[in-house]
Structures are given as C-alpha cells and as structure tokens.
Ligand binder design. Sequence first.
Ligand code: RRO
Length: 291
Amino acid sequence: QRGPVEVGGVTLSNHLILAAGVLGTSGSSLARMLREGAGAVVSKSIGPEPRTGHAGPCLVVLEDGVLNAMGLPNPSHEFKEELKPLEGEPVIISIFGGNPEEFSEVASWFANSATAFELNVSCPHASGYGAQIGTNPDLVQACTSAVARFNKPVWVKLTPNVTDITLIGKAAEDGGADALVAINTVRAMRISLEAKRPVLGNRFGGLSGKAIFPIAIRCVYELYESCNIPVIGCGGISSADDVVEMMMAGASAVEIGSALRGNPGLFREISSALYDDNGFLPKEIIGCAHE
Ligand code: RRO
C-alpha cells in the first residue's frame, strides 16, 4: 500500500525515505523533500559539538557512485531551530556520538521534536565516532539502549564495513532498536594520477551510489534472515526496480540518497512506477527472495 505504512514505529506516507546526509542539512531542504513526495525524511547527522567537517575535497563524483568524506559537519544543538517549521511532519533525526552518554545527550535535545531517531554508528571515516562504535556489538547495544529510553522509535544505521553485519544488527535489536537501516557508505578511496595523491582531502571516505547496491542487497538479505525487527534498505537505489529488489531481499521500506543529486523529482518518479493504480505495491514482495 502506498500509505500510510507503519515501519519501525514510524508512520510513513509511502515506502520511500530521504536518506541521511543528502539534502538533510536544513529545515527547508527537508521540507522540500517532503513536498517532492518523500514518505519521511532523515536529517544530516547531528552530534554533541558543532563541527565544520574535513578539509576539501570532501566529495568526488565517480562514474558509478559518489565518494565522500564530509567529516560529520553539523550545527549540533542549534539544529533544533531548523525543525520548528516541520512540526508534525515525519522527520527522523540522525544522531552520532562517541559513547552512549553522548548519544543520550544529543537525543535529549530532540526528544520533543523528532518523530524518531536514526543512530549513526556507521560513518566510515571519522575518528572517535561511527565505525569505532558500529563495529563493536557491545557499544552498539549500549548506545541503542541509551537512546531507547526517550520513548521515540530508534532506528540504527549499520556499516557494511564489518565481517558479519548480523552480529551488529542483533546487538542493536537487543538494545531495543525498532528497525535497522542498512547500509551506510562503504569505506573507499581513489588516487589522482595527476596529483599522485588521494582525491579526498581526508584520503579515505565512504562510497555511495549504484556501485554499492549489490553490497546493500546482500546486507539486507542477511539481516532479514537473522533479526526480528524491520530492515530499511539503503545504498545505491535509483529506480522502482531497485526498490522492488531491495524489498524482495527483505526491506520493509527504503532510503534514497545519492540518486537525488540533480534529480529532486525522483521520489514521485519512483512512486508512480512502484505503486499500482490503487496505490498498492506488487503483492507480498517483502522478503519473498527467502522462500
Ligand atoms: O559526514 C560524513 O562524512 C559522513 C557521514 Br556522518 C556518514 O555517516 N557517512 C558518510 O559517508 N559520510
């Protein structure tokens, strides 16, 4: 059904969600994506201190994807101001911290304004944050339960940069997560032949876009088999066929990011191809590839 649908404690007006990072830095860009047909929106990740991010180049567009090392730029608690015009809208606040106490502090600032939280334990290139937490099941569980006590739905966004993503998914579930989001970007780098140095200022970064779609499908498939909470698919989705494939792997909804670059009308485009005339999805596709 086109909507409303309930996934991970959140009522979505359709299955297509704006992914964190892309177009989520201001209230006005989040509002625009809702107007463009997103079923819900996720903010750029907000942390315990304001950050300006890494020195550039921070983002390089490749043939089949996007390489970024933004460096978690965010206005910290000041982001609250951006949310005032969005009251009542489905806005999921992505948050990060270096330990459970920091996750809890950041969550407390948005406990009244957020529809739900998405815990970013998966940034592939930020020292002290992200992967250091997201590769450690005990820390993932502790950060999740620290935020779960605010009585808002908690989604946990996982990194693909681990040997067994299901161990991390189960830890988030044990911590009280309402849904898993898979995947954040894949740790990657490119080197410029002319400059003879890495193309990103930070040297390493995260790869998103079409290139990582098969990795995301594999991760969603594995999580669907191993965990008992909904999985939200993210990573390289750019068409209705991609959404259907992600749902066959086990996704209850999807997040879209890189493909929106230069195509803000994509939510409507995908919706009109995905749903039938009565607003329904192809029947019983979620998880059907497991039968
Ligand atoms: O800001 C970033 O550099 C960044 C983050 Br927080 C993340 O979670 N994933 C990513 O690819 N980049």
